[in-house]
Design a protein around this ligand. Structure first.
Ligand SMILES: Cc1cc2nc3c(=O)[nH]c(=O)nc-3n(C[C@H](O)[C@H](O)[C@H](O)COP(=O)(O)OP(=O)(O)OC[C@H]3O[C@@H](n4cnc5c(N)ncnc54)[C@H](O)[C@@H]3O)c2cc1C
Ligand code: SF4
Length: 487
């Protein structure tokens, strides 16, 4: 199948430069191919400066998109970078992987007038990549150092955005992560063809150079307790993401060759990073030459099908219980997957897996959409006598994620969580029920987006700063009262 895959280019305007192909990619283009400066300027000049910045309003960070488009069109790229980086800690990441069709670009008035959106994400990426190249990304140098320290649990986008903001204010920032690399899902979840790993590593190195201390391979709960962190630091931010994979129980679901999406994607990402991955090398987590069935319809499922295609799978099918209109994943991702040869089997659900020790066949049935459920979508109802079979030597379950039981893992039963297991916070301050313990990102929202994690990290940092300053002011006032009383 891979040999037949179509080359695709999705930038609406302009001819992108081709990137050198990586080892396994044969005839793929990339989503965000490179712009030349004149292409970026031409594209940015398409912005009508409409006066009602719907794009900005639909960007979770409220990025000042019209201004940086205007500056890009005028060739004033350094200023464009300054405007774009003022509200976003990782514009080069968001430019690559935000689902712009649901956010800024989907609300561009030019798009809505039927002329094709201004490619905001690709320009944001171009501006920031240029800034890195030209040395415009300045080191973090706080105006003054503060004695207070903050612990951040989790080096994903929420934790990193908070770490940068707090370090800029002069706090001593310690980031703890159980992984061996900085980036969270940016490194081990999202595939390299969407977000190159050196882009994340460059940010991480820059944060280290700015004075942020990373304690990697340190799992809170196992290596250090939450109580210990609270003793060591003036405030704690929990930004641990959500990692408990949803599962399905069906006859044969214990067969070999049936794996969780994160297991599959992590192996692929680690392999790309040059790690030794025995389960990939043994073929267990490698799709090459196999019929692959991915179960699920979200962005994780899209990443799995597109990774399998790049690994040289014989066939790749995506089994989803609703239809195209009701799937949670980005339509743009579905389109890319289809262009690459992925077959979508809509309105279908697995009911069993056949095979001796390893899976050989997925037994599935057709589904119709019934009355609306709690999500506002038609609930899937089995169609009788509609069973069909699909050959599959690799089945990847991409059914979504729930939070891990943090109060148990952190040995902190007093930490309040919602019915969904996300951390309960005061939404104005992002503080949990524990004094000085804040939370941000997916562990508060449930599985969401990188751009939302960055927004939460920024908001949490501002709130932590207010909290520490208020405490310090209170301590000073109390000390004065005590001194006066003693006189
Ligand atoms: C496969 C996949 C593809 C995705 N693709 C996109 C996309 O294209 N665009 C997009 O916008 N979003 C995408 N997302 C969603 C996005 O990655 C997340 O919303 C975002 O990463 C959440 O950021 P976070 O900082 O809250 O958590 P994470 O990125 O999950 O980071 C959490 C960090 O906490 C660490 N941690 C957890 N528990 C502990 C502990 N006990 N002790 C120490 N460290 C701990 C983890 O190791 C991790 O590094 C995708 C998600 C997945 C799974
Ligand atoms: S951060 Fe995301 S939503 Fe905001 S302008 Fe950039 S690509 Fe668009």
């Amino acid at each position: 199948m891979a040999a037949k895959m179509l080359r695709f280019v999705t930038l609406a305007q302009g001819t992108p430069e081709k990137r050198p192909p990586d080892k396994r990619r044969r005839d793929f283009g990339e989503i965000y191919a490179e712009y030349r400066p004149e292409q970026a300027a031409d594209q940015a000049a398409r912005c009508s400066q409409c006066g009602v910045p719907f794009c900005q309003l639909h960007c979770p960070l409220q990025n000042n998109i019209p201004d940086w488009l205007m500056l890009t069109a005028a060739g004033r790229l350094e200023e464009a970078y300054e405007v774009s980086s003022a509200t976003n800690n990782m514009p080069e990441v968001c430019g690559r992987i935000c689902p712009q069709d649901r956010l800024c670009e989907g609300n561009c008035v030019i798009e809505n007038a039927g002329h094709g959106t201004v490619t905001i994400g690709a320009i944001e990426k171009f501006i920031t990549d240029t800034a890195w190249e030209k040395g415009w990304v300045k080191p973090i140098r706080p105006a003054r150092e503060r004695e207070h320290s903050v612990a951040i649990i989790g080096a994903g986008p929420a934790g990193l955005a908070a770490a940068e903001e707090l370090r800029r204010k002069g706090y001593r920032v310690h980031v703890y992560d159980r992984y061996d690399r900085v980036g969270g899902l940016l490194v081990y979840g999202i595939p390299n063809f969407k977000l190159e790993k050196d882009i994340v590593a460059r940010r991480a190195k820059w944060l280290v150079e700015g004075g942020i201390k990373f304690h990697l391979e340190t799992e809170i709960g196992r290596d250090v307790t939450l109580a210990e962190l609270r003793r060591r630091h003036d405030a704690v931010l929990i930004a641990t993401g959500v990692y408990k994979a949803r599962d399905m129980q069906a006859p044969g679901s214990g067969l070999g060759g049936i794996v969780q999406a994160m297991t599959y994607l992590t192996a692929s990402n680690r392999k790309g990073l040059g790690d030794t991955v025995p389960e990939f090398d043994s073929g267990k987590l490698d799709a090459e030459g196999k019929n692959v069935v991915v179960v699920g319809g979200g962005d994780t499922a899209m990443d799995c099908v597109r990774t399998a295609v790049r690994q040289g799978a014989k066939s790749v099918k995506c089994l989803y219980r609703r239809d195209r209109e009701n799937m949670p994943g980005s339509m743009r991702e579905v389109k890319h997957a289809e262009e690459e040869g992925v077959e979508f089997v809509w309105l279908s659900a697995p009911e069993a897996f056949d095979g001796r020790t390893k899976v050989a066949t997925v037994v599935a049935h057709r589904v119709r959409l019934g009355a609306l459920d709690a999500t506002g979508r038609g609930a899937p109802v089995k169609v009788e006598d509609s069973t069909f079979r699909l050959p599959a030597e690799l089945v990847i379950k991409a059914l979504g994620f729930d939070p891990e039981p943090l109060p148990v893992l952190f040995k902190a039963p007093e930490l309040a969580v919602t019915d969904w297991g996300t951390i309960k916070v005061d939404h104005r301050t992002l503080m949990s029920n524990l004094d000085g313990v804040f939370a941000a990102g997916d562990i508060v929202r449930g599985a969401a987006l990188v751009v939302w994690a960055i927004k939460d990290g920024r908001d949490a940092a501002a709130s932590i700063d207010r909290y520490i300053q208020a405490k310090a002011a209170m301590a000073t006032a109390n000390a004065r009262v005590t001194a006066v009383a003693a006189e």
